[in-house]
Design a binder for this molecule. Sequence first.
Ligand code: SF4
Length: 241
Amino acid sequence: MPKQLITYEHYQESEWNTFLPDEADPVKGAQDIIQTAYESYGDSLVYACSFGAESMVLIDLISKVKPNAKLVFLDTDLHFQETYDLIDRVKEKYPSLQIEMKRPELTLEEQSEQHGSALWRRNPDQCCYIRKIKPLEDVLNGATAWISGLRREQSPSRANTQFFNKDNRFKSVKVCPLIYWTHDDVWNYIKSNDLPYNPLHDQNYPSIGCIPCTNPVEQGGDERAGRWANFKKTECGLHTT
Ligand code: SF4
């Protein structure tokens, strides 16, 4: 496993993804990736945290490697109260973590004035750009790498995700320690370690984002079926080029 700092400009997928942790031991694999990422990128590594189920796993694993790690939550002003409450619980459990609540330049009122009300109903891509993508661009300006909780089994668009990805969208390296984790792996880790999590997960919300764009999913349904349910859109744009 290479330990030297690798940057977006010098990214060589063939070099950085030859080390594949044992798929039968996803916890150890993720810990190895997290350790290597912090050894390589240090304080230049940012975790863009959604506070979903995968986030609870990553927060716990990261806190063991880098107790004062920098986390960023893209606060669109449109999240469920349960999500904000969960963030408070995480701050209590992991007081050393640095959690930044990154908000868009436009308030909801300003967005309505400039683009019309309920932009998410007419043009969710533009709404996501204003409230999520541009803020993350600002956060990652100067950061060498960022961490994401993507898992390969979540959707076909995520099936080829590597541990270290050349991220052309944000001109950085995207580190994804959980690519081999299954849904059951995530929840076994949460339960066995008694981690906090969003109570909406127990009310048929497997994937939780902004209130207007998140619906519950039928038991056994696709994990991401409740996101932007009335559109062809399946990703907010953070993970597409
Ligand atoms: Fe807007 Fe919906 Fe995207 Fe949230 S998820 S930023 S409400 S379009």
